[in-house]
Design a protein around this ligand. Structure first.
Ligand code: C5P
Length: 225
């Protein structure tokens, strides 16, 4: 089948997921969320009793026995599988997972493990892949690359309004601090840091509603694709 990759990178809570999901639907392709892959790994590491902050070698040692991939699902989207079982959003959206995922994601062995699994997604055909390093590392030859961002205040506000993704008792200030810490780790790590690809179009979404974001993306994609 026809293969086309659209890369959507950017910091936490910038509105990437909603935009990428809708874009995939409009293009008749699949939406691939690589953040869910890192979150799943973080969740599994916690469940294995390994400390994601301090035990890099322990995390790396778990990888050879693990497997993860996206498969087409009955609803027309994709379902993520970890060791043959479906991944539950409730598990991977937990605040405990958000608190450690960036530590897992900076481990070079983890990124190498993800690289091959994420590149395999090419075989799915038309994909809109969302993450931090899709345009820079995973698909440097992607036909379209976007860096979707928003001000830290706007991103904290959006995440705070997404119930289920914030801890009990969280305030706008604690949510802002969590996001800022994750972005700091993501953008300063040595391997595949969060940054716009040189040839990415940067889209600042402050003041834009979801439809306006989709339209801005679609306007950059040639109709024949
Ligand atoms: O996209 P989301 O916020 O769910 O991603 C969770 C975390 O996974 C990020 O903060 C980052 O540490 C990591 N991640 C990454 N590279 C990607 C996608 C996510 O390092 N391509």
């Amino acid at each position: 089948c026809k293969q086309l990759q659209i890369a959507i990178d950017g910091p936490a809570a910038a509105g990437k997921s909603t935009a990428a999901k809708k874009l995939a639907t409009r293009l008749g392709g699949y939406y691939v969320n690589t953040g869910d892959m890192y979150r799943t790994l973080a969740w599994a590491v916690l469940r294995a009793g390994v400390d994601p902050r301090a035990d890099e070698a322990g995390v790396a040692a778990l990888l050879p026995q693990w497997d993860m991939h996206y498969r087409p699902a009955a609803d027309g989207g994709l379902q993520l599988y970890f060791n043959g079982e479906t991944v539950r959003q409730d598990d991977i959206r937990a605040p405990e997972v958000a608190a450690v995922v960036s530590y897992i994601a900076q481990i070079p062995a983890v990124r190498a493990w993800m690289l091959s699994r994420q590149r395999e997604c090419r075989a799915l055909g038309v994909i809109v892949m969302e993450g931090r390093d899709i345009g820079t590392v995973i698909f440097p030859d992607a036909k379209y690359k976007f860096f979707v961002t928003a001000s830290p205040e706007e991103r904290a506000r959006r995440r705070f309004l997404q119930k289920g993704e914030v801890a009990d008792g969280a305030t706008l200030a604690t949510v802002a601090a969590e996001i800022a810490e994750r972005d700091r780790i993501d953008s300063t790590r040595a391997t595949a840091p969060l940054k716009p690809a040189a040839d990415a179009r940067v889209l600042m979404t402050d003041g834009l509603d979801q439809d306006a974001v989709i339209e801005a993306l679609l306007a950059r994609i040639a109709v024949e694709d």
